[in-house]
Design a protein. Structure first.
Length: 203
């Protein structure tokens, strides 16, 4: 008999597993303007590679992240904060509690850095609209504001990955802020990039 693990585990989102991740289908549908999640992830696997990760604790999905080339998220073109960088990647959505989201962002950034991506951007919501990354969370996680649309309540945020060494050092900068549960001792978990020094969205 297999004993369920108490430690959350991160794995790639596969087309066959999308139904077991609450909220994933809705997030993909929003940003792709109606594409079925399984179909979209299958297409991404064939033409681009891994486009998302999920955190599971046993059989329970605790959060997920979806990302890819900006052109794969046609809804992004309708926001008044563009255009997004053509040569970068776009973070569409990350869900879960704060520590889960930070773990997912770290995993995504490391994956993209290994694939040669230098810039990642996201259309963040100042009002925390459904299936949008919250602006405050992204800024607290070290992403830099690029353009702001006060009337719509959206901010384009960006992070630049730099070298593998820089990414590793910046990821370790939040060690101690985000911790994983343990039966006997606390195990530090690396957070995402450190908060940008003094940067805030323009008003």
């Amino acid at each position: 008999m297999k004993v369920a693990s108490f430690v959350p585990v991160i794995g790639p989102i596969t087309p066959d597993a999308v139904d077991g991740v609450p909220g994933l289908a809705e997030a993909v549908s929003l940003w792709t303007q109606g594409r079925p999640a399984a179909e979209w992830f299958r297409e991404m696997e064939e033409c681009w590679g891994t486009a998302g990760f999920v955190v599971r604790r046993g059989d329970e999905a605790q959060g997920f992240v979806v990302y890819g080339p900006p052109e794969r998220f046609p809804r992004a073109r309708g926001y008044p904060v563009g255009p997004l960088a053509d040569d970068g990647a776009m973070l569409a959505y990350v869900g879960g509690d704060v520590r889960t989201r930070r773990r997912l962002l770290v995993r995504m950034l490391r994956e993209l850095r290994l694939r040669g991506v230098a810039t990642v951007e996201a259309v963040a919501s100042d009002r925390e609209r459904p299936h949008h990354v919250p602006t405050r969370f992204m800024l607290q996680s070290g992403w830099r504001p690029v353009r702001h649309a006060p009337l719509g309540g959206y901010t384009l945020v960006r992070t630049e990955l730099g070298s593998a060494v820089e990414v590793g050092e910046l990821a370790r900068s939040l060690v101690g802020k985000v911790r994983l549960p343990s039966l006997k001792r606390k195990v530090p978990n690396p957070g995402i990039l450190a908060r940008a020094d003094g940067e805030r969205p323009e008003r």
